[in-house]
Design a protein around this ligand. Structure first.
Ligand code: NAD
Length: 308
């Protein structure tokens, strides 16, 4: 495969300005062209969105600026010989900070204080509402880039960390690692259950009414992975019945979160707009992966972060 024209799909503008990204690749060998719609004429395409017209545009390689590539049709891409790479490896610090930020907000009641501020209300929490993360526990499900970023930060704050991982080998910052078969027991013992798995047939609905019922009544669910990893109707039920204490949610079954979702109005829920990975260096981090893969292609080496 050789790349003489690299397309940058306008949809990357969801995450960073197209022009800033194009300029970051100005030193790349291929000519870089901004694509609005049909990428025909490009050998490779960097994109946020997936569109069906990508399949028959003669592309050899598509790079997703997201780590999650669940929206891409793996089999169709493989049938047409189109390689797919993703941007895993670049979100551990920022998503780690967001997940731990949500945990800190719940422990220190920052979300409640902010709501009170909006109403101009000076109101202290009940004496036993606020607590310290130092004596709390987190169960981090999935220990890839995100999971490790979350676990090391939770551990640095003194939390006891359990990880759920398909191969239960030791991981830095994780006190014990459990296989997915032990998910129930692992979530049952945690003050915070944090989801950091990709969306795939194994993980879709992984947190259902059963897992939510197994969680402690004073526990919080944090989802920075993908919305459908959680049965959202079951989550709303669990919140309404007090089966869990609250949730920090960056991702949802339907995005943007519909205006009539009951999640918007709950004080025990922090809603963020799929922004856990956003940061001012994002474009440069993606450009680094793309440059490395251009280098590899030129050297006849295999692509990094290849999914298909
Ligand atoms: P990654 O590939 O580095 O890590 C995913 C890990 O999950 C891998 O270690 C994998 O072995 C593990 N895993 C897969 N199935 C599992 C299962 N059934 N049980 C336990 N572990 C399992 O990917 P990443 O960069 O850590 O990202 C993970 C996912 O998080 C992405 O696929 C994406 O959907 C989501 N994500 C969200 C944001 C955001 O802004 N909210 C940002 C980046 C990634």
């Amino acid at each position: 495969m050789s790349v003489s024209t690299l397309g940058v799909h306008e949809s990357v503008g969801e995450v960073f300005p197209v022009s800033v990204f194009r300029d970051a690749l100005a030193d790349a060998d291929p000519s870089v062209r901004v694509v609005d719609g049909d990428p025909s004429g490009c050998d490779a395409l960097v994109t946020f969105a997936y569109e069906e017209q990508f399949l028959d545009a003669g592309l050899d390689w598509i790079h997703s600026i997201q780590a999650g590539v669940d929206r891409f049709p793996f089999d169709d891409l493989a049938d047409r010989g189109v390689a797919l790479t993703n941007s895993t490896g670049i979100h551990g610090d920022v998503v780690g900070e967001t997940a731990v930020g949500m945990m800190l907000a719940f422990a220190r009641r920052l979300h409640v204080h902010r709501s009170n501020q909006e109403r101009g209300e000076w109101r202290k929490p009940a004496w036993d509402d606020a607590f310290s993360l130092r004596r709390e526990s987190a169960c981090v499900v999935g220990l890839g880039t995100l999971g490790r970023g979350i676990a090391t930060r939770a551990s640095a704050l003194g939390m006891d960390v359990t990880g759920v991982k398909r191969t239960p080998t030791p991981v830095d910052g994780v006190d014990r690692v459990r296989p997915p078969e032990d998910l129930h027991e692992a979530v049952a013992n945690a003050g915070f259950v944090v989801l950091a798995v990709p969306l795939n047939p194994d993980t879709e609905g992984m947190i259902s009414a059963t897992e939510l019922a197994a969680m402690r009544e004073d526990a919080y669910l944090i989802n920075v992975a993908r919305g459908p990893v959680v049965d959202q109707a079951a989550l709303v039920d669990a919140l309404e019945s007090g089966a869990i204490a609250g949730a920090g949610l960056d991702v949802f079954e339907t995005e943007p979160l519909p205006a009539d979702s009951p999640l918007w109005d709950r004080e025990d829920v922090i809603v963020t707009p799929h922004a856990a990975g956003m940061n001012d260096e994002y474009y440069e981090r993606v450009a680094t992966i793309v440059r490395e893969n251009l280098r590899r292609l030129a050297a006849g080496e295999s692509l990094t972060n290849q999914v298909v």
